[in-house]
Design a protein around this ligand. Sequence first.
Ligand code: K7E
Ligand code: CUA
Length: 650
Amino acid sequence: MKKLINYALALVALMFFTNCGDNNNAKNSGAMSASKAEQVYVAPGEHDEYYAFFSGGYSGNITVAGLPSGRMLKEIPVFSQFPTSGYGYSEETKAMLNTSFGFVPWGDAHHPDISQTNGELDGRWIFINENNTPRIARISLATFETEEIIELPNSAGNHASSFVTENTEYIVAGTRFAVPNPQRDMPISDMKGEFKGPLSFVSIAEDGRMNLEFQLNMPGFNYDLAHPGRNKSHGWFFFTSYNTEEANTLMEVNASQNDKDYIAAVNWQKIAEYVKNGGGKKVSGTYAHNIYDEKTHTATSTIKEGVTMVDPREVEGAVFYIPIPKSPHGCDVDPSGQYIVGSGKLSTDLSVYDFDKMITAIDNKDFVDNSYGIPVLSYENTLAGVVTQPGLGPLHTEFDGKGNAYTTFFISSEVVKWSLETFEVLDRQPTFYSVGHLMIPGGNSRKPFGKYLVALNKITKDRYLPTGPELEHSAQLYDISGDKMELLSDFPTHGEPHYAAGIRADIIKKKSKKYYELSENEHPYVAKNESEAKVTRNGNEVHIRMTTIRSHFAPDNIEGIKVGDKVYFHITNLEQDFDVPHGFSIIGANTSEILVMPGQTKTIVWEPKREGVWPFYCTDFCSALHQEMQGYVRVSAKNSDTPLKYTLDE
Ligand code: K7E
Ligand code: CUA
């Protein structure tokens, strides 16, 4: 009998191994894979059920995909120049990438988050943080254009961002790297106690306008991730921190010494009130605030000076530390606002904290310690429970709104579903491979949609055809509507999608802008019809107001331009129809093309260096006569007297 059991076990093990090595075939064959294919199949002409906004990581942008198909719909330029549309190259949009360090053409984007009303996704805007040059961007979900970018002074590595409170009152930004505050020349090894970890709180006005309200001058730990309280814990923000050791070198060893690091619990409402009543100190801090105006189709950048800095010890009952095992990464709050899940990267268990217990502990002044004057609550007395040994290397947790949580495990490459009631593991599914974040549409709100889960994997390896040494990261879609998660499909993403935000398509779809009203165009160089098209010279500066309509430019013949001129092509697209952009490019321009949407005006600068007759053309195949959409500029010698002349069909 025993032998038989052993034999059976060996057989099971063998089957397990063969399945693992052959994950593309054995399990997914036949009727089962056909039904999975149906679940992700969106028939030609049909629309996806969800939008998914993937952070581009080191691409600096956002990519938009549909779910369940995984089809990529668009790339939205945010922190990086984007020659496809001219973002960051056109005269109108260069200012979007201005910072206190000057023009920065690139960014590292991590966490998109969609605006909320009453804790539910409202589809007005999506926000995303930039890690390297600390910034937050706001993107309109009507136009899918970046409308505003605010820089965060006194900060370094804005990672714990850009998460919004449940009525989009505030957005936060952290400091992933403790730094001197204010910045100054000092020995690195003197870091301990000298560096700081300022947390920034940016308010959002009704029209979306961002304002840096205050910064909280926290001790110099590394603040990694954050989530706002919601429902009953609305008014609080929770930040994980690591490197409470305050090590400045060989961090992988030296920042992993302490048994526990901290979650910082911040009552932002209390601090906002304190600041409103004159609390905090004005300190220095230079930052850029860039705003894109949809009427003028132009961005402006304002350099601002000064910020209100709040010492957390000065606001009683507003800031606490909760101990959390081993270098935590994610910090997530469940839809009810009751539970705060901390993921200690090096811990084998998952600590879940109870908001009510936290409040009781605060009320009872049940403190076990203090860190730089900030009270430290007791681990045991704030703990709701522990998910024991769910996997290796927990990173992030999302929720389905049906009482379940889903946590990713980087080292053991899996998503684990567990119960918020019993803290018991209910299901686990492998990911391919090494999953970072996961995303359930609305999983970050009071009302998750709870149908799909997307795993955002860091390592791709053999999942797709090889494309040289660099592979796009892989996302995986799971159906989570049943008791067990079911892997439906793989699809590639772009850049490094650390995180994503998903929303039911119909919330956005109906509000999506089709074109810009020409009558509302207030660009200073607009030409609203062909008779307004003209060329004017002011010294060596030439401004060309040019229009486009299928299938010509007006004017399309220009003479009297000279070597050494600075020529501004202000192109207005006269079309008033959905999906008819025209592009513009000219030989010798040291910039990208511009892609001009219907009703919009965009500008590129051309500095002709050689005499001749130089063609320009439309870059977007706009009609059957797109190839005819072209023109010429005659360039004469610097001191020539060729008269300025511009025509269309003489
Ligand atoms: Cu990649 Cu949220 Cu920046 Cu985790 S972060 S994985
Ligand atoms: Cu306009 Cu092609």
